[in-house]
Write a protein that binds this ligand. Structure first.
Ligand code: ATP
Ligand code: MG
Length: 350
């Protein structure tokens, strides 16, 4: 963080985006009182960018993001822009490239309070993060071809691309339980072999961190059968895409999970993992926890205020425990009721 007053670019986006962003900002305000100085710059992005400026990532939005310490995004896209010349999602790919966000970090945690929502029976607490390479690999590699008789995708990685994301994973492990599992398919893929070479070199720089490997098929099973064994999972783009959705599933609700995307320096971007949920927009029933948890993640990782994040996390757990939850978690509470309950808990803790 560079400035005295934290600068946060806020991108509410589309459908339930503005509803949950409002909740996230209200919680940020409550937890920051006398504790944390910040200013927000709200900008249109995604469908809202198209509607207001004719572009999913308007220049002013990009400039604001680049000048910020952190970017908070709610959710973008939806049927309204199905026929638009530019897709709202284009903005997301662009901003990731512009901010060089090559590492995507998703926590999977099943706290005591969340146990009853999990589809797996779990005795020990689950708390791991996936560090996924986000800007290379088979989604971007060339050649990419298709004709009537064949098609080609290319999984390509350079040592630099692997090293920089590996460092993110090991740094993260140092602040957690000092264990990194690299997930690959080294029995089949050349890229996986390069990953093993580079990552074991990086591992040598972190002697305190326990480092092991798992094939992706085995890791997919272990996420269900023994998720408590993981601390930090490091993996390439496509494997990370699949495993992080699988991991979200074991927590029981899409509506609670935050994420962070970051580069080497410059602002990181924090957002819920779910989309803009057009089916429930405007009904006041969107689960705000994914956005509130994204705010907590931002306070920990960009602003080095895990104490404030803890206040949020504990208050969220209290409210979940009390059963005051939105319909996606089987409750009857509204977005505002959940948010207000969390703010009350934060104030009680003061
Ligand atoms: P995208 O392609 O943008 O990821 P998607 O098609 O995967 O979108 P989501 O928008 O993530 O879909 O929504 C999937 C389902 O989860 C929908 O039924 C939606 O209503 C629900 N959902 C998503 N987020 C929330 C939330 N915060 N609260 C409650 N329900 C949610
Ligand atoms: Mg989705």
């Amino acid at each position: 963080m560079t400035s005295q007053i934290a600068k946060i670019t806020v991108l509410p986006g589309d459908y339930i985006g503005p509803e949950i962003m409002k909740a996230g900002l209200a919680v940020l305000k409550a937890v920051s009182e006398d504790e944390f100085n910040y200013q927000i710059d709200e900008q249109p992005f995604g469908g809202a960018g198209i509607d207001q400026k004719g572009d999913p990532l308007p220049q002013a939005t990009l400039d604001s993001a680049k000048n910020s310490d952190a970017v908070l995004l709610a959710a973008i896209g939806g049927p309204k822009w199905d026929d638009a010349p530019k897709r709202p999602e284009k903005g997301l790919l662009q901003i990731r490239q512009e901010l060089n966000l090559f590492a995507n970090i998703r926590p999977t945690a099943i706290s005591q309070a969340m146990q009853k929502y999990s589809p797996i029976k779990q005795v020990e607490p689950v708390d791991f993060v996936i560090v996924r390479e986000l800007t290379s690999g088979i989604y971007f590699g060339k050649p990419r071809e298709i004709d009537d008789h064949h098609a080609i995708d290319t999984m390509r990685y350079t040592t630099d691309e692997i090293r920089r994301v590996a460092r993110v994973a090991f740094e993260m492990a140092m602040k957690r339980n000092k264990h990194v599992t690299m997930v690959d398919k080294a029995n089949v893929l050349a890229t996986s072999n390069l990953w093993r070479r580079v990552v074991s070199d990086v591992a040598a720089e972190y002697p305190e961190v326990r480092y092991d490997n798992s094939y992706v098929d085995a890791a997919a099973m272990k996420i269900i059968s023994a998720p408590e064994q993981f601390d930090v999972i490091l993996t390439e783009n496509m494997f990370g895409d699949i495993l992080s959705d699988e991991s979200a599933e074991i927590t029981g609700s899409l509506g609670t999970i935050p994420s962070m995307s970051r580069g080497t320096d410059g602002p990181a971007l924090y957002e819920p993992i779910h989309g803009s949920a057009p089916d429930i927009a405007g009904k006041g029933i969107a689960n705000p926890l994914s956005m509130i948890n994204s705010v907590a993640m931002m306070l920990t990782h960009t602003f080095d205020r895990p104490d404030l994040a803890d206040q949020i996390n504990q208050s969220v757990d209290d409210v979940i425990e009390s059963g005051n939850v939105t319909p996606d978690l089987g409750g009857t509470a509204s977005t505002t009721e959940v948010t207000d309950a969390i703010i009350n808990k934060i104030r009680e803790r003061r």
